[in-house]
Design a protein around this ligand. Structure first.
Ligand SMILES: Cc1ncc(COP(=O)(O)O)c(C=O)c1O
Length: 394
């Protein structure tokens, strides 16, 4: 009997290191090789070796990443072959593929009233002109979500939790019921939590999307996206569109993402611990009017976060009591926190959402406060992070 350390009952870290990544059959290489190749020799017309034909359709390095992602989001479903994952060139390419697989002109989507600006731009400015309508809803208010849903017309309820950048927490299981009752599917953007902290498919979601650029990749060296579903029929349609639309990840990007995933568990533990320490310092400062961090008991999504997340993540936003200029000055003064977009890497980042990641939602219902600062707390020495925040507050 073969010993399979990566079976469905294996722990998260074991799956992260082994799922989809058996030693190479020819050489025993313990890490999947980078199959930097576009096409594959066929043993006769239509007689493919292990299904590989052309790298847009399938590539062994990408296959390894996809199998690993499916196992992390839903170990039992992945082992049974009912849960599948697809890897893309970016998070937005993954989201676009979901939208164009599920929707047609005339359909309607419920979107969060706080979300990554690029997601809202994709739905409103790209899908909108093709005839897809959307309604923003406050995801923390189930009645608001139910009121936004149009039974028969709404095909997707789109959830981000925790949200970017206001760290609101949506109750995935409860929203799944609302979506399903109206005949819609529930898509959860799991980028902020990562599958280590939260597994939406196990809570009732139909599809998970990721910007793997963030915690999954984890080292700010690769852009990528993923879609995972536990609905086999939808999985087939998504896989068809992945190939037909073609926004796949290249082999080296897939390899870098897999390499990052191996340490996801230990990185997330440190991200969470460091974020808590930084959040506490911010809460103690008179220069800060509000700290948005789901780990605090007085955060209005705390009890839901406790129910559906293993820990509270590495993201914090705060409102500077001194207003917009003071928020901008804070961003200019940090030394360990690097001023930059993105999040989820080992290095700490600071940004001003209103002028940076969320500039595209200015003037919309998703506009963010001008005094808001967002921190992606990295895994540097916690004392250095705390000292940096204290000196930047001045
Ligand atoms: C929550 C969230 N979803 C999706 C995306 C889009 O991903 P990408 O930048 O990889 O296209 C981002 C990017 O910042 C994000 O923060």
């Amino acid at each position: 009997m073969t010993h399979e350390p990566y079976g469905a009952d294996a722990g998260f870290e074991t799956l992260a290191i082994h799922a989809g990544q058996e030693p190479d059959a020819t050489t025993g290489a313990v890490v999947p090789p980078i199959y930097q190749v576009s096409t594959y020799a066929q043993d006769g017309v239509g007689n493919l070796r292990n299904g590989y034909e052309y790298s847009r359709s399938a590539n062994p390095t990408r296959t390894a990443l996809q199998e690993c992602l499916a196992a992390l989001e839903d170990p039992a479903g992945a082992a049974a072959g009912t849960t599948t994952a697809m890897s893309f060139a970016s998070g937005l390419a993954a989201e676009d593929t979901v939208l164009r697989t599920v929707l047609k002109p005339g359909d309607h989507v419920v979107v969060p009233d706080d979300a990554y600006g690029g997601t809202y731009r994709l739905v409103s400015k790209v899908a909108g002109p093709w005839g897809v309508e959307h309604t923003p809803a406050r995801l923390t208010d189930l009645d608001a979500v139910a009121a936004a849903v149009q039974p028969g017309r709404t095909k997707i309820v789109w959830v981000e939790t925790p949200t970017n950048p206001l760290l609101r927490v949506a109750d995935i299981a409860a929203i799944a019921e609302v979506a399903h009752a109206a005949g819609a599917i529930l898509v959860v953007d799991n980028t902020f939590a990562s599958p280590y902290l939260q597994q939406p498919l196990l809570l009732g979601a139909d599809v998970v999307v990721h910007s793997t650029t963030k915690y999954l990749g984890g080292h700010s060296d690769v852009v990528g996206g993923a879609v995972v579903t536990n609905d086999p029929e939808l999985g087939e349609r998504l896989a068809y569109h992945q190939n037909a639309m073609g926004a796949v990840s290249g082999p080296f990007d897939a390899w870098l993402t897999l390499r990052g995933i191996k340490t996801l568990g230990v990185r997330m533990d440190r991200h969470c611990a460091n974020a808590r320490a930084v959040a506490e310092v911010l809460r103690d400062s008179a220069k800060v009017s509000q700290v948005l961090y789901p780990g605090f008991e007085d955060h209005d999504g705390h009890h839901v976060a406790v129910k559906q997340m293993k820990d509270f993540g590495g993201m914090i936003s705060f409102r500077h009591a001194g207003g917009e200029q003071a928020a901008l000055d804070f961003c200019a003064r940090t030394r360990v926190f690097t001023l930059g977009e993105s999040l989820g890497g080992v290095e700490s980042l600071v940004e001003h959402p209103g002028r940076m990641t969320h500039a595209s939602v200015a003037g919309s219902e998703l506009e963010v406060p001008a005094d808001l600062v967002r921190l992606s707390v990295g895994i540097e020495t916690v004392d250095d992070l705390v000292a940096d925040v204290v000196q930047a507050l001045g």
